[in-house]
Write a protein that binds this ligand. Structure first.
Ligand SMILES: Cc1ncc(COP(=O)(O)O)c(C=O)c1O
Length: 381
């Protein structure tokens, strides 16, 4: 048989999913593994959201819909962006897709010509580079300065005539850090001066503990060059619903919609009605989940620091990013095989020497995980 796509065979499988699968296999074989490797809230989707979806099913909202997403949801998203983010994009600039991940792929397909460059800020979420490469673009990596995990002028060195886009992610997966206004202003200046698109992944926007969330799409002169990505997975514990959205200038939204029309059509109609209820309903569920994540964050980061580790500024999301001053692949492997705690080595995020610990788990589970890691570190040779 002729060989399969070289482009796809050169792309590694998702490291986070691989590690979680390995932990699952160990569990199935009877090992008591604690899994802190996956980026998923451990809460159930709030009841008023599931009820709205069930009502939609019972009312026969089970048919094809507008490919950009149902108008009621796009209106609600447009309203939310105006109120929460000062991003003024009408419903016609909103594209609802099967999760933010899907929106990011659509944005790449819609924007990139072959060999155009996309700057990815490291440590970076595992799917950005594959999305760029699948769309035929060229990923160019740039590291946040480890002191404060912010951006500085050195970012300019990565900009060339071929740079089409810069990807931002704040709060960040994997570091949990939040980009400052200065960092975002720097990116905005670079984008305006060099005619570059900013793709701003704000999926952890609602899980922020120490700073205010800022959307680069609200900065002067950025409205016609920003694609704001967000979704329901993290804020409303709706990972399995697969609903995300992009807010973009008209021409980009149209191009993304075209990709969507020829691929997924749109997400499940009744799931979109659940998302309407999420945005329009009582937001106290979001505040409650954030408060719970916050106490876990304080506990986990406190424990790790007391073990002597340096932890990245854990200002948002639900990750503690730990500098282990050594080989992260080896340590992650030993934490799993000897301490029976699954985490994600920083190498998966282009940040060797670090390990990501997800604190999206019950407090008792986190306490046991910290006990095991401490015990392992105390006797490590
Ligand atoms: C930074 C980041 N962006 C996007 C996503 C994808 O979210 P969704 O479930 O909406 O596809 C994730 C999920 O882990 C993420 O961590």
């Amino acid at each position: 048989m002729k060989p399969l796509s070289e482009k796809i065979s050169s792309i590694p499988p998702s490291a986070t999913i691989e590690i979680t699968d390995r932990a699952r296999r160990m569990k199935a074989e009877g090992t008591d593994v604690i899994s802190l490797s996956i980026g998923e809230p451990d809460f159930d989707t709030p009841r008023h959201i599931t009820d709205a979806c069930i009502d939609a099913l019972n009312e026969g909202k089970t048919h094809y819909e507008a490919s950009q997403g149902i108008p009621e949801l796009r209106e609600a998203i447009s309203e939310k962006l105006k109120t929460d983010n000062e991003v003024d994009i009408g419903a016609s600039g909103i594209v609802v897709a099967c999760g933010a991940k899907n929106n990011i792929y659509e944005a790449m397909e819609a924007c990139l010509n072959p060999c155009e460059e996309v700057v990815i800020i490291d440590p970076s979420w595992v799917s950005y580079e594959p999305a760029v490469r699948i769309a035929g673009g060229v990923p160019v990596h740039h590291s946040l300065n480890e002191k404060g995990f912010q951006l500085d002028d050195s970012l300019l060195e990565k900009i060339t005539a071929k740079t089409k886009m810069v990807i931002l992610n704040t709060p960040s997966n994997p570091t949990g850090s939040v980009l400052s206004k200065d960092s975002l202003n720097l990116v905005a200046d670079i984008c305006r001066d060099n005619d570059i698109i900013a793709l701003s992944d704000e999926i952890y926007e609602k899980l922020i503990y120490e700073k205010d969330h800022l959307s680069i799409g609200s900065f002067d002169g950025m409205d016609d060059r920003t694609i704001t990505i967000n979704g329901f997975s993290k804020a409303y514990a709706m990972t399995g619903w697969r609903i995300g959205y992009a807010a973009a200038p008209q021409d980009m939204a149209k191009a993304m919609t075209k990709v969507q029309q020829h691929t997924i059509s749109h997400p499940a109609t009744f799931a979109m009605w659940g998302a309407v209820a999420a945005l329009k309903g009582d937001q106290s569920c979001v505040a409650d989940m954030r408060a719970e994540f916050d106490s876990r964050r304080k506990y986990v980061c406190g424990e790790l620091k007391s073990m002597g580790f340096t932890v990245a500024p854990a200002e948002g999301a639900f990750y503690a990013f730990v500098n282990i001053n050594g080989d992260d692949m080896e340590r992650g492997d030993r934490w799993l095989s000897e301490a029976h705690v699954a985490t994600t080595p920083g190498t998966a995020f282009n940040a060797p020497g670090w390990i990501r610990i997800s604190y999206a788990a019950k407090m008792d589970t986190l306490k046991e995980a910290m006990r095991r890691i401490r015990e392992f570190e105390d006797r490590r040779d």
